[in-house]
Design a protein around this ligand. Structure first.
Ligand SMILES: [Zn+2]
Length: 220
């Protein structure tokens, strides 16, 4: 473990990855998390079960995708790098195949303003990025575009991305997005739900900005 830089952030990345299962956000090892560290990022490795994750197995990469160490970064490293490079307002990225968000994304549908908590994603709706093959620059470009003015998006026929100023906030937002997707799918069972109008969503966004984040959520 000699020379293990960013130990605190590495531990935080392990803890965040290991919470994905218990929070109901992921099964197996398909999810991945990253956090900005110095002039690069730390990201979960590919193919390592979460219970076998250790700080030393978290991979450091620069923002152009060069990695160091013996462990290969997550196969989705491209969008983690591209999001953190293009968004100085964000420091952490969580990606999962959470069931409800993914079910919606498999219809190419995002989450419209059916509930005020949709504003937790940073805008009037949570978009669904068009499909592209996993791990490709095309998927990354689609994700970065869907995240414009937002902190979360769905990925068509794939899953979700939630970002934050900290790993804990990104994790909390991933849970919000998955919960909203479950509510929206449930609401759709008896028809299209009533939508909040743009002016109301703007009021909510302003309230969230005032509080720094949605009410009831502990800081960090
Ligand atoms: Zn994925």
């Amino acid at each position: 473990m000699a020379g293990l830089r960013h130990l605190k952030l590495r531990r935080a990345a392990v803890a965040a990855a290991q919470q994905l299962g218990p929070l109901g956000l992921n099964r197996g090892t398909s999810g991945n998390v990253s956090v900005r560290a110095g002039d690069g990022l730390l990201i979960t490795p590919t193919g390592v079960p979460y219970d076998a994750l250790t700080p030393g197995r978290i991979v450091w990469m620069d923002l152009d995708g060069r990695y160091e160490g013996d462990w290969l970064p997550s196969s989705e490293w491209r969008f983690h790098c591209d999001i953190l490079r293009s968004r100085p307002d964000l420091n952490a990225v969580v990606h999962t195949h959470a069931v409800n968000a993914t079910a919606l994304a498999c219809h190419g549908r995002g989450i419209p303003a059916f509930h005020y908590m949709v504003a937790a994603g940073g805008g009037q709706d949570i978009r669904c990025a068009p499909y592209a093959t996993f791990g490709t620059a095309g998927l990354s470009a689609n994700a970065v575009r869907a995240l414009e003015g937002r902190r979360a998006c769905l990925l068509a026929n794939h899953g979700l991305i939630a970002c934050g100023y900290t790993l804990n906030r990104a994790l909390a937002l991933a849970l919000d997005v998955e919960t909203l997707a479950a509510m929206y799918l449930k609401a759709l069972e008896i028809g299209e739900p009533v939508m909040l109008d743009a002016a109301e969503m703007q009021r909510i966004l302003e309230k969230f900005a005032t509080y720094g984040q949605p009410p009831g959520r502990a800081r960090r």
